[in-house]
Write a new protein. Structure first.
Length: 123
């Protein structure tokens, strides 16, 4: 049983704290899931802004030209998803900060309290 306990522990650097492999795997999977979600959202946002800028569906000049109201709708969709992604990421950061705070680890950064600048997209 002692051998199994040693196999299930990951040592990080010279740190005396130990994390179980299960916890480490869970953390890594969640981080990967968040990054994949953010990547997908960024692709969607970029596509909508490109369509609004080029005034063509899928930014392809061989497709039909978008009407004025569709151009504004594409831009609004991109902004909405940008705000949504930003909000989701802020929530994940707060959740992570509060989760590790239980173990006496404070990863809060004063820069996190400052506005991210996402609100400036309108300008």
């Amino acid at each position: 049983m002692h051998k199994n306990k040693e196999d299930n522990v990951v040592r990080i650097g010279h740190n005396a704290n130990e994390i179980s492999k299960d916890s480490y795997e869970k953390l890594a999977k969640k981080s990967k899931e968040i990054m994949r979600h953010a990547e997908g959202m960024l692709y969607y946002i970029r596509t909508r802004f490109d369509e609004a800028f080029t005034k063509y569906e899928h930014s392809n000049p061989h497709n039909r030209k978008l009407k004025d109201f569709e151009i504004h709708e594409k831009r609004d969709q991109a902004k909405e998803y940008c705000y949504s992604l930003s909000s989701e990421l802020r929530d994940e950061i707060k959740s992570l900060e509060n989760g590790v705070l239980k173990y006496g680890i404070d990863i809060k950064d004063p820069k996190d309290d400052v506005a991210t600048g996402v609100e400036d997209i309108d300008e």
